[in-house]
Design a protein around this ligand. Sequence first.
Ligand code: PEP
Length: 251
Amino acid sequence: MRRPVIAGNWKMHKLIAEAIQTVVHLKPLVAQVTHCEIVVAPPFTALWAVAQQLEGSNIMIAAQDVCDVNGFGARTGEISALMLRDAGCEYVIIGHSERRQFYGETDELVRRKIGAALEAGLKPIVCVGETLEERDAGRAEAVVTRQVEAALSGLSPGEVSRLLIAYEPVWAIGTGRTASPAQAQAMHACIRQRVASLLGQEVADGLRILYGGSIRPDNIRPLMAEPDIDGALVGGASLDPQSFSEIVQYR
Ligand code: PEP
């Protein structure tokens, strides 16, 4: 049984006071939810304040990025996995397409960040996904498979069992254009199959694969009904506590 995860990626939104207000609103709306894990990913500056508010609740915290080197050191501007744990994070989003696109993150850097996160006991949510151009060229599966293989290279089955993959087609992020449930299911099944051939069926069967890309309260249900979709990574619609709580309560 794979426990679903609904995660909200706030990206570069919300000052500290608004971040606090958001979770103060969200907490009672989802307090009765037991069918899935609930995660919010505030910007770095609000992590600690949000963590204080969420103590004892059923909402967990993710960071949106992490340094590829764990611990302390001469890495001006970076934040290590150890520091994120200290600030109250349980999860960390790694390799989001916006980081790959705007900050040149490579498969190799993503892999190093996964290693640093695992070392500190964080659960990585590893983002993969093809661009529209790659899909139109019939290369979607090849691109995503390459990203998955690079992300998992050299990891043990035990390590892979502590991470999640988020399939986020780049053409569906922030565009209002969602992958159809059939399109998403096909890619999720392909990812699972690849993981099975790399690390065995048991690891693949336990791996949670989230879908992300313009998820809203009115399109989450059919996606979550697909057998290989184990949750959602939600951007825009996670900023509003009401709409995020409706997504969390997809069933
Ligand atoms: C995301 O940022 O991961 C995302 C899926 O964004 P949106 O839901 O706004 O498309």
